[in-house]
Write a protein that binds this ligand. Structure first.
Ligand code: N01
Length: 560
C-alpha cells in the first residue's frame, strides 16, 4: 500500500505504529532500517520530496562533505559497502544524495516514508503512553514511540533584514538552494557569511561572476581540504579494508578514519613543531589538527601555535597584505572555537581581481536595499544577486520549531529554555518514549558514525521496553543532570568556551536571543560510545519504565 494511502487518521488512542520517525536523511533512513529489522512498524515523515535531509536542501554550488568519503557512510551492511564506489576524497552534494537514494532503494525504505509531509506537532498522551503526531497536511498518527531524526543543522537562520523584499535582484539562501541552476556569469554577486557553507560557495561564484563581494564578520581558520579523485586501486583498497577503517573510526576522538598523533606539543622541539604542522597542512582537512598534536584543543599553547601557523599561511597565500590581515582570525579566537571549515582554494580566491572582501565586524550589514547591501555607516554595495550563507539554528532548532510536548504539556522549547539538556544526546526527561538521533549533546564527530550507534541503541531501548511488558521508557532527571554536567566539564576543559564571544553555534551563540548551553559532547567519540553501550548492556539502569493497563499491540499499518 503506498504510504500516503496508509496514513489514515487514527480513530483512537491505540498506536497505529510502533515508531514515527521525523526526517529521512542519514538518521531517518538508518532508524527505519533498524526498526524494520526488529519487526517494528514505522513510518518516516519527511518535509522534502525525496530522501537526503541536509543533503537534499543544501544543494548550493560547491557543497560537499568535510569528512572523508570512506567513513561518511553506513557500516551496517557489508554488501552496501561493496557495491558503492566513492569517486572523491570528499563527496559532493550530488554524490552524497545519490548514495542516500541508493540506500533507500536498496533496502526498499521508500514504502514507509511519507514525503512532502511536515510535522506540525507531537504531543505525548500520558494516559495511553502514545505520541499523537499531527502533520501540516492535517493527518494524525498515533505511535508508541517518536524518534526525531530531523537534523542538527537543518533549520536555517533566515536573513534578518527588514527590507529584503525590496531587493530588485535575485537572492538565495545556501541552505534552501533552488533545484534549477543559478547563473552568476557576468553578475555582481554579494555573499554574506563565511562559515563552512560560504567558504565552499565563494570560489565557485568567483569563477564566473563579474564581481564578487564577500561580507565577513568573523575571520575563521579555513583549512585546505585537498580533495582528490579516488582511482580504482584506492577504491578497491577502501573496500578491502572496511573492517580496519571502522576499527580506526571507533578509536578516533572525532570518529574519523585517522590515527591519533600520539604526541603533544611538549614532546618535540620547536623546529619539529613547524615540520609537523606543515605535514598536517599538506595532508589537508581535519588531519591538520587531528594528526599533528593531540593537545591542540586542550592546551592553549599548542592551539596558539597551530593558529599562528594558519595565519602565516594566509599571509603567504593572499597577495594583498590588508586583505590577508582581514582574513586572519583574531588572537581571541582559538582554532576550533568555531567549527573550522575546509576550503577548496578559498584564500587563493581573494587574489582574483573580481573579488573584494568587506569587513563588517565593526560596521554591520544594516539592511538590504532595492539595489544591494547597505552597511551601518551608510556605505552601499550594489548587487544583482545576494547569497545568504548565515548558518543554522543548530542542534535544537529542528525540535524547538515544532510543537513537541511531553508530560504535563511541557514543550521542548520550555524544557530547553536554559540550553539543551539530554541523556546521552538520545533522550530527555519528561519526554517519555521520545528519542533523538544526532540530537543536542552528541559528540563533536563525523555524523554517520554517530548515527549508527544511536539508531541501534534506540532500537534496543524500544525492544527492551516491549519485551519487558512496558509501554513507557523515560530517563531519570538525575541521569540528564549528570550527563549535562559531564558535557559542561568536557567543554570547559577545552579552548572552545571562547566560542561564546565569537558567536559559535557550539553553544547556540550564533542566533540572536537563543539560550546558550553546551550543545556538544567533547569527551571524544570512543568514550561516548562506551557510555552508550554500557547503558544498553546494563539494562537501561538510568531509565524508568511503566505500563498502561490495557495496552494493545500496535496494528502496524506501515511496512505491510
Ligand atoms: O554557518 P556558520 P554555515 N551579518 O554559522 C555570518 C555544517 N556544514 O552554514 O561568524 C554578517 O558557520 C557568520 O558570521 P559570524 C558545519 O558543521 C558543513 O556556514 O557569526 N554575517 C558566519 O560567517 C558548519 O559549522 C558543511 O561573525 C553574518 C556565517 O554567517 C555548520 O554547518 C558545509 C550575520 C554563518 O556561518 C554551519 O555552517 C556547510 C550578519 N548579521 C555547513 N549573521 C560540510 O561538511 C551571520 N553571519 C562541508
Amino acid at each position: 500500500m503506498p504510504p500516503q494511502e496508509a496514513a489514515l487518521p487514527s480513530s483512537g488512542v491505540y498506536p497505529d505504529l510502533d515508531v514515527v520517525v521525523i526526517g529521512a536523511g542519514f538518521s531517518g533512513l538508518r532508524m527505519l532500517y533498524e526498526a524494520r529489522s526488529r519487526g517494528l512498524t514505522a513510518r518516516v515523515l519527511e518535509a522534502a520530496s525525496d530522501v537526503g535531509g541536509t543533503w537534499y536542501f543544501n544543494r548550493y554550488p560547491g557543497a560537499r562533505t568535510d569528512s572523508e568519503s570512506w567513513a561518511y557512510c553506513f557500516g551496517f551492511d557489508k554488501r552496501l559497502q561493496e557495491d558503492w564506489d566513492w569517486p572523491e576524497r570528499y563527496p559532493s552534494q550530488p554524490q552524497v544524495l545519490s548514495y542516500l537514494r541508493h540506500v533507500a532503494d536498496r533496502f526498499d525504505l521508500r514504502r514507509d516514508i511519507q514525503f512532502d509531509t511536515r510535522v506540525r506537532s507531537a504531543v505525548f498522551d500520558e494516559e495511553h503512553d502514545v505520541w499523537v503526531v499531527t502533520t501540516e497536511r492535517g493527518e494524525r498518527l498515533v505511535s508508541r514511540h517518536l524518534v526525531s531524526a530531523s537534523g542538527l543543522l537543518s533549520v536555517p537562520y533566515e536573513p534578518p533584514f527588514p527590507r529584503l523584499s525590496s531587493f530588485r535582484g535575485e537572492w538565495y539562501m545556501t541552505a534552501r538552494w533552488p533545484h534549477e541552476p543559478v547563473d552568476f556569469a557576468g553578475k555582481r554577486v554579494a555573499v554574506i557569511g563565511t562559515g563552512a557553507s560560504g567558504v565552499q560557495l565563494i570560489p565557485i561564484v568567483a569563477a564566473t561572476a563579474a564581481r564578487l563581494t564577500v561580507f565577513q564578520r568573523t575571520a575563521n581558520y579555513i583549512l585546505p581540504a585537498r580533495n582528490y579523485v579516488l582511482h580504482d586501486a584506492q577504491r578497491q583498497a577502501i573496500k578491502a579494508n572496511y573492517d580496519a577503517i571502522w576499527e580506526q573510526v571507533r578509536r578516533q576522538a572525532m570518529g574519523m578514519p585517522m590515527n591519533p598523533a600520539n604526541r603533544v606539543l611538549g614532546d618535540v622541539s620547536p623546529e619539529e613543531h613547524q615540520r609537523i604542522l606543515e605535514a598536517g597542512w599538506e595532508e589537508g582537512g581535519f588531519r591538520y589538527f587531528l594528526e599533528t598534536f593531540d593537545d591542540i584543543f586542550v592546551n592553549p599553547e599548542s592551539n596558539a601555535l597551530a593558529a599562528e601557523f594558519v595565519r602565516n599561511k594566509i599571509r603567504t597565500i593572499v597577495r594583498d597584505p590588508a586583505t590577508a590581515e582581514l582574513l586572519c582570525p583574531k588572537p581571541d579566537h582559538p582554532l576550533g572555537a568555531k567549527r573550522p571549515p575546509l576550503g577548496h582554494f578559498y584564500y587563493e580566491t581573494f587574489n582574483r581581481d573580481n573579488v573584494e572582501l568587506v569587513d563588517v565586524s565593526g560596521n554591520a550589514v544594516d539592511d538590504i536595499t532595492p539595489t544591494g547591501v547597505r552597511l551601518a555607516d551608510g556605505t552601499e554595495y550594489e548587487a544583482d544577486v545576494i547569497v545568504f550563507a548565515m548558518g543554522f539554528d543548530a542542534m535544537t532548532g529542528s525540535l524547538t520549531s515544532v510543537d513537541v510536548r511531553g508530560r504535563g504539556g511541557v514543550t521542548i522549547a520550555e524544557k530547553w529554555r536554559g540550553g539543551p539538556r539530554t541523556h546521552l544526546a538520545l533522550t530527555v526527561d519528561e519526554f517519555p518514549n521520545f528519542f533523538m538521533i544526532a540530537g543536542p549533546q552528541i559528540p563533536f564527530a563525523n555524523a554517520p558514525v554517530m548515527i549508527e550507534p544511536a539508531a541501534e541503541w534506540i532500537g534496543e531501548a524500544i525492544s527492551y521496553t516491549r519485551e519487558h511488558g512496558h509501554t513507557r521508557i523515560e530517563p531519570t532527571a538525575q541521569a540528564v543532570t549528570a550527563y549535562n554536567e559531564q558535557c559542561e566539564t568536557f567543554f570547559n576543559a577545552t579552548v572552545f568556551p571562547a566560542g561564546e564571544k565569537i558567536r559559535s553555534w557550539f553553544v547556540g551563540a550564533n542566533i540572536p536571543g537563543k539560550p546558550h548551553g553546551v550543545a556538544l559532547y567533547f569527551g571524544g567519540y570512543p568514550n561516548y560510545i562506551r557510555e552508550v553501550r554500557q547503558e544498553a548492556e546494563e539494562g537501561f539502569t538510568h531509565y524508568r519504565f511503566s505500563a498502561v493497563r490495557d495496552a494493545r499491540p500496535s496494528v502496524g499499518v506501515a511496512g505491510s
